[in-house]
Design a protein around this ligand. Structure first.
Ligand code: GDP
Length: 309
């Protein structure tokens, strides 16, 4: 079970929860709840998510709904699933919001090395199989050979990479995405999809954030080019750091969904609960390897079972 592998570090740290529960008794639950809150924070959940989870347990205990250790753990899991699922419910659907007909556009953003280009390839595979005519836009003009890397993914998945504008002097992501969107609109068939890669924004660098904001804007200015989804790729091995990244990207350009990558490693995926809790953005997919087939729709129950087995 790859999700299970990918939540290993969080689960190891949360091992302390089981220990805590062994000593837990109802008459003295406050100390245990405080220790539980510390354990959640130490496991990358972030203070906000930890507090919400523990407050809710405290209420249930007061109401007499939790009677034993098993009940406490079950309630904790239920609350984690609840946080993850409520974001999906609020956003309408767990799957991507594709246009019913015509062109759909997905903009992929995230910091360098997180797995954006790989995710573009995996999404291309998924939607080409569903019958979409897929075009990839090489908006990562910063990294050497990023376009060639996309061409390899396109080849593997039956997609094409949009040409650079003919008159472009120096590679410029804004012009590349604009041109790709215009080309896609012109060639639009019943179900075509443009997936836009972008370069690895250093999230605290204002200039780069400004550029990615312009990328989104320029797409939106092309008729039918406004992104259906703006997906933030988060590397699950980065732990709590992903909360800062998500805040920054969301503030600048508005994120509609998360893709959590590298869950097949010894990842620290639990931190994503804090991201979903604070920002209300749903996780759409998880990455569990480096090949085109290693993308799975997110399942909150399976994920939480991985974290708190
Ligand atoms: P980008 O800089 O954000 O475009 O990141 P890349 O797509 O180039 O990925 C960076 C590295 O992470 C590459 O070596 C990928 O093969 C690897 N990678 C991406 N997604 C996953 C994943 O889900 N699991 C594993 N194990 N590796 C991944």
């Amino acid at each position: 079970n790859r999700v299970f592998e990918g939540t290993e570090k969080t689960r190891e740290r949360l091992g302390v929860v089981d220990e805590l529960l062994c000593y837990w008794n109802l008459d003295d639950s406050e100390d245990t709840l405080e220790e539980l809150e510390d354990a959640l924070i130490a496991s990358d959940f972030g203070p906000g998510a930890a507090l919400t989870l523990v407050d809710s347990l405290r209420d249930r205990i007061r109401e007499g709904e939790i009677k034993d250790q098993g009940g406490l753990k079950k309630e904790l899991k239920k609350n984690m699933v609840g946080i993850l699922e409520s974001a999906s419910i609020n956003s309408g659907s767990g799957e991507l919001a594709m246009s019913g007909k015509g062109l759909s556009v997905i903009l992929i953003v995230g910091v360098n090395g997180g797995g954006k280009t790989t995710t573009v390839g995996k999404l291309s595979n998924r939607f080409a199989k569903e019958g979409y005519k897929v075009t990839l836009a090489a908006g990562d003009t910063f990294r050497a050979a990023a376009k060639e890397q996309l061409e390899v993914w396109a080849e593997r998945t039956g997609a094409t990479v949009a040409d650079y504008p003919a008159d472009m002097e120096k590679p410029n992501p804004i012009e590349v995405l604009k041109h790709a969107a215009e080309q896609s609109v012109e060639a639009e068939s019943d179900s075509s999809l443009l997936i836009c890669d972008t370069s690895g924004r250093i999230h605290n660098n204002f200039k780069l954030m400004d550029e990615i904001e312009k990328c989104k804007k320029v797409l939106s200015e092309v008729k039918d080019g406004a992104p259906n989804e703006t997906l933030l790729v988060l590397d699950s091995t980065t732990g709590l750091n992903m909360l800062n990244q998500a805040r920054e990207f969301n503030d600048y350009i508005g994120i509609t969904g998360l893709v959590l990558t590298k869950l097949d490693g010894t990842a620290r995926g639990g931190a994503v609960i804090g991201v979903v809790q604070e920002l209300g953005i749903p996780i759409k997919f998880i990455g569990v390897g480096e090949t085109v087939d290693d993308l799975q729709p997110f399942n909150a129950e399976a994920f939480v079972d991985g974290i708190l087995s």
